[in-house]
Each structure stands twice: as structure tokens, then as C-alpha cells.
Write a protein that binds this ligand. Structure first.
Ligand code: PEP
Length: 258
């Protein structure tokens, strides 16, 4: 079954709303109709930029999906500084990254938190991009597969097969994020295949063959074609390179180099 590739730009804590508008407009000038028809593109600006970026996407008719980087799992309440999924949905956000290693490592998010967030995101008819990935120590100790399968199954716990089928999983080896070191296409493929086989074991062929799996970790225009050519890699979650409209566009246009 052909899966529509999905390439997502995680802007992390970069760009105020004016810079964000410029970036998304510049990106739209770089992309051709054929690019957007071949690849689903999502951008994930900081919360303060969402309204501005949404307005530009809408008023200029730019077919890029709006995404968020994180949310809380509760509907409302005394959670100073947090943002509820319903608030994102109201801003036409359609994708929400959850379980990013920076959220797990710096802000202490657990698999249980991530699972609650996945459920809350789905409840508001948005799509979770569920991140998983091992540290270098875990990889060297031979624990990468166990860690990643555990994060995926814990993040999706309690969902129906129909719900799981709609989710996106991002395999992001922590040692490759923002380091300039990329997993080789073969290593990335092996782990993305492992994610798919984990899904197959738990939810069956239909779900495993439908879920889109992204690779993330220092994806650049130069390595995107080889990564995207792998059979179990359906997309990329891009940090640093998505802050540059030209670089991000070249990644989205990876197929021109294959
Ligand atoms: C990320 O932000 O998830 C990421 C993979 O960052 P980078 O592309 O900079 O490694």
C-alpha cells in the first residue's frame, strides 16, 4: 500500500511571529504544486506564532498543514503555562508532535504522559506525531530496539486499531538530533522497520502497513534522498534544517534527486 510521504518542520523555540510569517511565505515560494501533491508538509512553530502562521496559510491558500510541538492532555484547568488540545484544534492545527526527546529529557515527560497526550490529540481530531528513539548509550548496549518498541507501545496504549492507523510515528535517535550526525540510511531503515513490525505484532497488517513512520535526526538536503528511498521511511521530522526555507524546500523535493 502506498503511503503518502509526510515531512514536518519542527521549529523548536525559534522565531517570533513576524519571523515565522516570513519563513512560511518564503517556503511557499520555494515549493511547486507538484511538491505539495507528492508530499504532505507540516510546520510546527512555537505556540505564539500559530495564529499568525495559520492566517498566512489560510489567506494565501498555502497547502501546508499547521502543527504544534506539544500540548497538555487536560481540557482546561490550573496548569500554568500549558496549552490544551482544544485550543490548538480551534487554530486549525492538525498535527501535534508528542513525546519529543527534548520534552522527555528536559521536561520529564513520561510514557504515561505521552499516552494521555496522544489520546487527547486524537479526541480533538488532530493527528499525533509520536516520537521515539534511543540514546547513544542504549544503542551501544544493544537496547535500542527494546527502548523504541516500548515507547511506541506505551504511547499508543488503549487506542483502537483504527485510531493507531491514523497516527504518525517519528523514529528519532537522540544521538542524531541537532548533532549533525545522521543515522545511516540502513540503520534508520532497520529501526523504522522495527517500529513497523512492532505495530504489526500488536495491531496486524492493515495498521502496520498504513502507519507513516518518519525518521528524524540531522536530516539535510544532502541526506534526505537516501533516507527517503528506504522502504519503511515515509517521511522526515526536521529540526535545524527546517529553519531555512531553501534547505527545507530541498528536503521536501528529495524525489528530484532520487
Ligand atoms: C528534531 O527537532 O526533532 C530534529 C530531528 O532536529 P534536527 O533535524 O536538528 O536534528
Amino acid at each position: 500500500m502506498a503511503r503518502m510521504p509526510i515531512i514536518s518542520g519542527n521549529w523548536k523555540m525559534h522565531h517570533n511571529h513576524l519571523e515565522a510569517i516570513q519563513l512560511v511565505q518564503k517556503l511557499s515560494y520555494e515549493l511547486k504544486k507538484e511538491d505539495i501533491e507528492a508530499v504532505e508538509v507540516t510546520v510546527h512553530p512555537p505556540f505564539t506564532d500559530l495564529r499568525s502562521v495559520q492566517t498566512v496559510l489560510d489567506s494565501d491558500g498555502i497547502p501546508i498543514a499547521l502543527g504544534a510541538q506539544h500540548c497538555h492532555f487536560e481540557e482546561k484547568g490550573a496548569f500554568t503555562g500549558e496549552v490544551a488540545p482544544s485550543m490548538l484544534a480551534k487554530l486549525m492545527v492538525t498535527y501535534v508532535i508528542t513525546g519529543h526527546s527534548e520534552r522527555r529529557e528536559i521536561f520529564g515527560e513520561t510514557d504515561e504522559d505521552v499516552n494521555k497526550k496522544v489520546k487527547a490529540i486524537l479526541k480533538h481530531e488532530m493527528t499525533p506525531i509520536l516520537c521515539c528513539g534511543e540514546t547513544l548509550e542504549e544503542r551501544e548496549a544493544g537496547d535500542a530496539e527494546t527502548k523504541v518498541a516500548g515507547q511506541v507501545l506505551a504511547g499508543l496504549k488503549g487506542l483502537s486499531a483504527d485510531q493507531v492507523q491514523t497516527c504518525v510515528v517519528a523514529y528519532e535517535p537522540i544521538w542524531a538530533i541537532g548533532t549533525g550526525v545522521t543515522a545511516t540510511p540502513q540503520d534508520a531503515q532497520e529501526m523504522c522497520k522495527h517500529v513497523r513490525e512492532t505495530l504489526r505484532g500488536k495491531y496486524g497488517d492493515t495498521v502496520a502497513d498504513a502507519v507513516r513512520i518518519q525518521y528524524g535526526g540531522s536530516v539535510k538536503p544532502g541526506n534526505a534522498p537516501d533516507l527517503m528511498a528506504q522502504p519503511d521511511i515515509d517521511g522526515a521530522l526536521v529540526g535545524g534544517a527546517s529553519l531555512d526555507a531553501v534547505d527545507f524546500a530541498r528536503i521536501i523535493q528529495y524525489r528530484l534527486a532520487i
